[in-house]
Design a protein around this ligand. Structure first.
Ligand code: ZN
Ligand code: ZN
Length: 322
């Protein structure tokens, strides 16, 4: 229970268990992100997060090759799409439909970006929309500044626990609850795959100049860190820099540069104005690569019923704020 004071060693033991098993999920109010859960950084639990960053220094020893950089860039964009297209537009906002198998595969792909499971992600994101830039909004830069909105908010004990009450619709799927509990398995499998790919290429195509260690550092660690901080900019910078077309009552902005980095998420003021749309770039000149891919997937029949942007919502003239 959150109210109990445990010995320091017990707290470290419990927190390090969470590296592999985030614990059973209980959709009751007791398990929600309640104010009494400590809002301080949980150092034992975030050791892997720090290690993922530190391991990038390994590039000094493993070097680089064009194939390793190409794989890293590909892994960045595939996983960024999984976050924006699936964790955000599907699990958080249900802006299109798919099959149950498709839903689980989308969850697996999202988990490969090492941003926890789909229930955790969606629960916190729905909370953000319910309290945007109010004191309850854990990652509002207006309330708490850059560092906390960028990454500090999920390093705390409170950030670790999602308000599962907000994702009751997703909690009915046992496979999603399983994925959310053991989400670490997916990135571990990806890391093993990257090492094996590099080792295989070293043996079969030595001219490419890569190795298991090199592909692990570039294909997994560097691309993961880039994907991390690209995603985080939407919480931190997209509520500070850019234009505000709609009076949404929060500080969300439209920012073309962040939209390119995040495959469309930078049209954040549009999104706050009409969150349930599958499309975030409301006009043809607002490049929204995630939407183009989702549209293509709908032509293939993998997803369907993409929610459109109502004409009445698009019909506003832009208003520059910053
Ligand atoms: Zn926002
Ligand atoms: Zn959203």
């Amino acid at each position: 229970m959150s109210g109990q004071i445990l010995p320091r060693w017990r707290r470290w033991a419990n927190a390090s268990t969470n590296w592999f098993d985030t614990g059973p999920l209980n959709p009751s109010r007791e398990d929600a992100a309640l104010p009494e859960i400590p809002d301080r950084v949980e150092w034992a639990r975030i050791v892997p997060f720090i290690a993922v960053h530190a391991t990038c220094i390994g590039v000094i020893w493993v070097g680089w090759s064009p194939i390793a950089v190409l794989v890293a860039v590909t892994a960045y964009f595939v996983r960024m799409f999984a976050i924006t297209g699936f964790y955000h537009r599907y699990f958080s906002h249900r802006s299109f439909k798919t099959s149950r198998v498709g839903q689980f595969i989308f969850g697996l792909l999202g988990a490969s970006a090492v941003q926890r499971g789909p229930l955790w992600w969606a629960a916190h994101h729905r909370h953000h929309h319910a309290h945007s830039d109010k004191p309850e909004d854990a990652h509002s830069p207006v309330q708490y500044g850059f560092i906390r909105s960028h990454m500090g908010w999920f390093l705390t004990a409170r950030g670790f626990r999602p308000d599962l009450y907000r994702v009751r619709d997703l909690m009915q799927f046992p496979e999603l609850r399983w994925l959310d509990r053991f989400d670490t398995l997916i990135p571990v499998a990806l890391a093993v795959f990257m090492f094996a790919l590099g080792a295989l290429l070293e043996r079969l195509a030595p001219g490419l100049g890569t190795s298991g260690g090199q592909m692990l550092v570039w294909g997994f660690f560097i691309s993961t860190v880039a994907c991390y901080h690209g995603t985080y900019t939407i919480n931190s910078l997209s509520h500070v820099f850019g234009c505000q077309r709609y009076r949404t009552g929060d500080a969300s902005r439209n920012n073309w540069l962040l939209a390119l980095i995040t495959l469309g998420e930078g049209w954040h003021n549009n999104h706050h104005h009409f969150p349930s749309s599958a499309r975030q770039g409301f006009y043809w000149w607002e490049i929204d690569i995630t939407y183009y891919i989702l549209k293509f997937m709908s032509w293939l029949g993998i997803i369907w019923d993409l929610k459109p942007v109502p004409i009445v919502i698009r019909d506003h003239s832009p208003r520059r704020i910053a």
